[in-house]
Design a protein around this ligand. Structure first.
Ligand code: FNR
Length: 183
């Protein structure tokens, strides 16, 4: 049984990316459970002086433990100004400072939703580069890029059948990818 930790890159209550993440949690294939990880919303902005004077904050330690325990990560995030939201990047920066980096060899799948035509794809590309630097195992295709979001969500949920089918295909392939990485 693969236990996947979901991470939402948006912190706002009405987040469309959170709705996409929830659709994935509901669509987990047999042999996989997906649960949202702890919050990273209150991590201080990374500063070596904090780490040097008082060590890693307790909430960062707890987050690192959660990542270590997961068989894989599903990151669902918006694109901010053509790249990764600062809060999400800040979490990665903190975790990257452990002697044994929790991301090492961790299988990761990425999803995004945005209102425009590109659907957060620039964020996905940048996130791949960052995750490569911390030795994640990046799942490739199918990519889940939900564009033109306005017409695809209603009543707090993803309604677009094409997107739901794509999520199912991605998660099934991600499950096999996790098995290959573990083997
Ligand atoms: C955005 N948005 C956005 N969209 C996009 O496709 N490319 C971009 O570069 C940006 N830049 C951007 C910056 C900032 C600071 C905000 C707040 C928003 C729009 C964004 O994709 C849209 O608001 C999503 O709905 C945000 O995701 P959540 O919060 O709904 O999950």
């Amino acid at each position: 049984m693969a236990n996947v930790m979901a991470i939402c890159g948006s912190l706002r209550k009405g987040s469309l990316n959170r709705m996409l993440m929830n659709a994935s949690i509901a669509a987990a294939p047999a042999g996989m459970t997906i649960k949202e990880g702890p919050s990273y919303a209150d991590f201080p902005i990374y500063n070596f002086d904090i780490q040097n004077s008082s060590g890693f904050p307790a909430q960062v330690d707890a987050y690192a433990d959660a990542v270590r325990k997961a068989d894989g990560l599903l990151i669902v995030s918006p694109e901010y100004n053509w790249t990764i939201p600062a809060g999400l990047k800040n979490m990665i920066d903190w975790l990257s400072r452990y002697k044994e980096v929790p991301f090492k060899d961790k299988p990761v799948a990425i999803q995004s939703v945005a209102g425009g035509l590109l659907g957060g794809s620039r964020m996905q590309y940048h996130l791949r580069m960052v995750l490569q630097s911390v030795d994640c195992q990046l799942f490739g295709k199918p990519e889940v890029i939900v564009n033109m979001a306005a017409s695809k969500f209603a009543d707090g949920a993803l309604k677009d059948q094409g997107a739901i089918d794509l999520i199912k295909q991605q998660l099934a392939a991600f499950g096999k990818f996790i098995d290959r990485v573990k083997a």
